[in-house]
Design a protein around this ligand. Structure first.
Ligand code: NDP
Length: 245
């Protein structure tokens, strides 16, 4: 992967929030984006917006899939490389947080976070790494300030994001000279993220902080920056925070 090229990007969680912003900005800068998530209607809306502002060569293909469905995931990766002729960048962005104190949590919610945030990311990485090794590509993981700190009411979410940061570091160590790795660790971002939390009191407590959070486009800018850095150096990890954090 050399600098100032147009890249092919495999992206999960592209139907809303940070993933949608990443898809639109990449297409606006002339990159080719294979945009996945479960909701095909929301993906179609993202694609429509992206196409309106596409830069030269910018393209988007949407593909509905659940990151937990391994066969569907494999099919998506195969379609991406077949239609775009390879893969340069993988962004396993799909993820969620269901906040609750440990003693009030439902086990099923812990398992959902572990499944999507860790196993989903692992599945994406396992399927994409062979293609990235071929292209000497780049993984951009979406960590969090919760990748290094543990916050009240979100212990399991924080554990999953610690895992994401560890995986980025593992790629750096094991695949030096083959695949580069960037982990972006944002603080609060104004997306639908907090709406997964079921505890009404916690929702009331947390919503205003996320509302005042960074715009998802600011996270997307860090993605572009990590891609543009190729050929000059590697942005290994970057933490971005709203003014109040
Ligand atoms: P959103 O809720 O807006 O987006 C989550 C995305 O993940 C959606 O596109 C959703 O798509 C997708 N997704 C969830 N489960 C699955 C699944 N099983 N299979 C496929 N796709 C799935 O939240 P954000 O944009 O904020 O979150 C994106 C990432 O950013 C997450 O990894 C999150 O942990 C991280 N992050 C968010 C922060 C924030 O403050 N918002 C801060 C730091 C990190 P669909 O429902 O269509 O499948």
């Amino acid at each position: 992967m050399t600098t100032r090229r147009k890249y092919t990007v495999f992206l999960t969680g592209a139907s809303s929030g940070i993933g949608a912003a990443i898809a639109k900005q990449l297409v606006a800068h002339g990159h080719q984006v294979f945009a996945t998530a479960r909701r095909s209607d929301a993906l179609a809306a993202v694609a429509k917006d992206a196409e309106k502002n596409a830069g030269q060569g910018g393209r988007i293909i949407t593909h509905a899939m659940d990151v937990l469905d391994r066969a569907a995931h494999a099919e998506a990766v195969e379609r991406c490389t077949a239609e775009f002729g390879g893969m340069d960048v993988t962004i396993p962005n799909a993820g969620l947080g269901i906040f609750s104190p440990l003693d009030k949590a439902e086990l099923v919610d812990w398992m959902t976070m572990v499944d999507v945030n860790i196993k989903g990311v692992l599945t994406t990485l396992h399927l994409c790494l062979p293609h990235l090794i071929k292209s000497q590509g780049l993984v951009i993981n979406i960590g969090s300030v919760a990748s290094r700190n543990v916050f009240p009411n979100s212990g399991v979410y924080c554990a999953t994001k610690h895992a994401v940061l560890a995986l980025g570091e593992a790629i750096r160590q094991d695949l030096k000279d083959k695949v580069a790795s960037t982990t972006i660790c944002p603080g609060a971002v104004d997306t639908a993220f907090i709406e997964q939390t079921k505890d009404a009191a916690l929702l009331d407590q947390y919503r205003p902080g996320f509302k005042k959070g960074m715009q998802p486009e600011f996270v997307a800018r860090q993605v572009l920056n990590a891609i543009d850095a190729r050929g000059h150096g590697i942005v290994s990890d970057i933490t971005i925070r709203p003014d109040f954090l």
